[in-house]
Structures are given as C-alpha cells and as structure tokens.
Design a protein around this ligand. Structure first.
Ligand code: FE
Length: 173
C-alpha cells in the first residue's frame, strides 16, 4: 500500500499536468467536430484574404505517440470569423495543409471570435498518412470564456505570445 502511494506521487511529480497534452506519448484529446465542418477545404497555409484587422500565426509539430515526427500529416483547420459566424456556403477561414518532413506546420489566420455558448477556438482534423483522423479543437490562454465553455480543456490550449501561437499534436500512427 505504502509502496504504491509513493510510486503514484513520483509519477505525478515527473509529469506536470498542464504539460501532458503536449508531451509526446500522450495522444491529443479528441473533441467533437461540431456542426460546421465542410469537407474538401482548399489547400492553403494562410486563411487570410486581405483586410483582416488581426493576425494569428499558429505553428507546431505533428508527432506520433512514439515521439517521432508525423511527416506529411494532413491538417484541416476551420473556425468562425470576427463576428462569430462560420462560412457554411464557401471556404472562408477553412483550409487544409500538409506538414513537412519533420511534421511541422504553419497556419496563418485571425483569432476567431466567441459565439453563443463557445469560447474562442479553432477546429482541426489531423491525420498522419493513411492513419486514423484525430478531430479536436484548440483554445487560447487567458480567455474569460474558457471557464464558461463545457468543451474547453486546458490541455488543448495553445502557447501564445502576441500574434504567435504554438501547439503540437500527438496522433496515433
Ligand atoms: Fe466551433
């Protein structure tokens, strides 16, 4: 009994809870795709079309649970606009891209608005070539809406400094 408790404590100290989602070996939590996914988004790394007031760059790596880069992984992003609306007729703020040979991706877009019931978030589907699709959402730190959103999870928060954000996805390969 005593031995077991001590071992559990040791494990807790080695892996800080907030780092779990971005530590390789722990697959990124799945989240609902919601009602606004549209298949066949255009292939592009920038969702900016000109005239945007804010700008956000999200970078990161797609890794396997074995900590290896998932080369050429597919990432399909979609999110609402500055007014909290999704483009359900066209492809505004929708786009897919492929990670490079090191699993790295770079998305250029805006910070999406909140909409009723939801804090700011970006939807994404991530898939290593030929493997299972991981559907999830990423969130922003310090948002008052986070605590009011039942889907929000701290493990899915990007690291953010000004317009630069980063998030590493860990997928099953
Ligand atoms: Fe959404």
């Amino acid at each position: 009994m005593k031995f077991t408790r001590r071992r559990a404590l040791g494990a807790a100290l080695l892996v800080p809870l907030e780092a779990l989602a971005q530590t390789c070996g722990v697959v990124t939590p799945r989240q609902t795709e919601g009602p606004f996914f549209t298949p066949k988004s255009p292939q592009r790394k920038s969702l900016l079309e000109g005239g945007e007031k804010s700008r956000l760059v999200v970078t990161g790596t797609v890794l396997s649970a074995q900590c290896k880069p998932a080369a050429n992984a597919l990432l399909d992003f979609w999110h609402c606009d500055e007014a909290g609306e999704y483009d359900n007729r066209g492809y505004r703020y929708r786009g897919h891209q492929f990670a490079d040979a090191q699993g790295r991706y770079r998305l250029e877009t805006i910070v999406p608005a909140e909409y009723p019931g939801r804090t700011r978030h970006i939807h994404v589907k991530v898939q290593a070539p030929g493997k299972r699709i991981l559907t999830t959402q990423i969130y922003f730190p310090g948002e008052p809406g986070n605590r009011r959103d039942g889907l929000y999870r701290p493990e899915l928060e990007v690291k953010k400094q000004g317009p630069e954000a980063s998030f590493d996805f860990v997928v099953e390969v």
